[in-house]
Design a protein around this ligand. Structure first.
Ligand code: C2E
Ligand code: MG
Ligand code: MG
Ligand code: MG
Length: 284
């Protein structure tokens, strides 16, 4: 009896595994097709300067229009990274974002940077250098208007290679931003070694700036560090007026988050950018 039960359990375990593998293969197949069929979409999230009271940049964030559903990158970026599809995906993202930034410039919108997220794989093999060089040439976007975001953990995985890629990107004139700062394990001395111009405080810290003395102290220290090193500090995932006020007072350079605006489809973002000089946090 026990033996039979055991066998049944093994059976159902195997079925679950098969099912997971099958789902994964189907997702991979669909994502490959999705790339070919132009099902990927870029949303753009504005970054607000409390100092100049303008939007000074946008971050491009990818979505996948799969049937009638908008799939979030958290659901397909990891798979794309495992299968290597990420190279194609990041290619497309960089091309699309730069072309869009150029189009906004030609439509006489205020000068703005566009940030793209690059995956570890794209970054590691130095492939992104050729890609970005080519895209900048094609799009005729000023290199200074493109920012590449890499996560702290990516940088730490292979610090020497990462440093080399970064130096090459800097030579192209592109900006470098450290994403999700505080979630990895880099020591502060690393910050000085790497040629970042921008550092993004992870949302998990922003969540704690109000009503948590330690949380507030950490963010304040990071902002102070940014000032000392001459690095621009961006707060990610700012959702409330209280957070906005705190961060602004603490000297944070840029604010990004739902409080100001969620990531927007391109048309909505264009409208937003045309109107944003009227935006006033006090009126919300
Ligand atoms: P990330 O680069 O740290 O992007 C910030 C994420 O926080 C975005 O999620 C954004 O929609 C979300 N967010 C912004 N403001 C708020 C807020 O106020 N509250 C909350 N709860 N969330 C906010 P998203 O778009 O789902 O992207 C998740 C991650 O996927 C990104 O994190 C990035 O690591 C990756 N990703 C997105 N687009 C790309 C891409 O084109 N290429 C690559 N390689 N990775 C991408
Ligand atoms: Mg990012
Ligand atoms: Mg981030
Ligand atoms: Mg993140």
């Amino acid at each position: 009896r026990a033996k039979e039960q055991g066998r049944n359990q093994i059976c159902s375990y195997k079925q679950e595994m098969d099912e997971a593998v099958r789902r994964r293969l189907a997702l991979e197949h669909d994502l490959r097709l999705g790339l070919e069929r132009n099902e990927l979409v870029l949303y753009y999230q504005p970054q607000w300067s409390p100092h100049s009271h303008t939007t000074v940049g946008v971050e491009a964030l990818v979505r996948w229009r799969r049937g009638d559903r908008m799939v979030s990158p958290a659901e397909f970026i990891p798979l794309a990274e495992e299968t290597g599809l990420i190279l194609e995906l990041d290619d497309w993202v960089v091309r699309t974002a730069c072309a869009q930034a150029k189009a906004w410039q030609e439509a006489n919108l205020p000068r703005m940077t566009v940030s793209v997220n690059l995956s570890a794989r794209q970054f590691k093999n130095g492939r992104c250098i050729e890609l970005i060089r080519e895209v900048l040439q094609q799009s005729e976007l000023e290199p200074e208007l493109l920012k590449v975001e890499v996560t702290e953990s990516l940088v730490m995985q292979n610090a020497e290679d990462a440093l080399m890629t970064m130096q090459q990107l800097r030579q192209l004139g592109v900006g470098l931003s450290m994403d999700d700062f505080g979630t990895g394990y880099s020591s502060l001395s690393y910050l000085k070694r790497f040629p970042f111009q921008q550092l993004k405080i992870d949302k998990s810290f922003v969540d704690n700036v109000v009503g948590d003395r330690e949380g507030a102290a950490i963010v304040q220290a990071v902002i102070g560090l940014g000032k000392t090193l001459g690095i621009q500090i961006v707060a990610e995932g700012v959702e409330t007026m209280a957070q906005y006020n705190y961060l602004t007072l603490a000297g944070c350079d840029l604010i990004q988050g739902y409080f100001f605006s969620p990531p927007l489809p391109v048309d909505a973002c264009t409208t937003f950018l045309q109107q944003d000089h009227n935006w006033n946090p006090k009126l919300r």
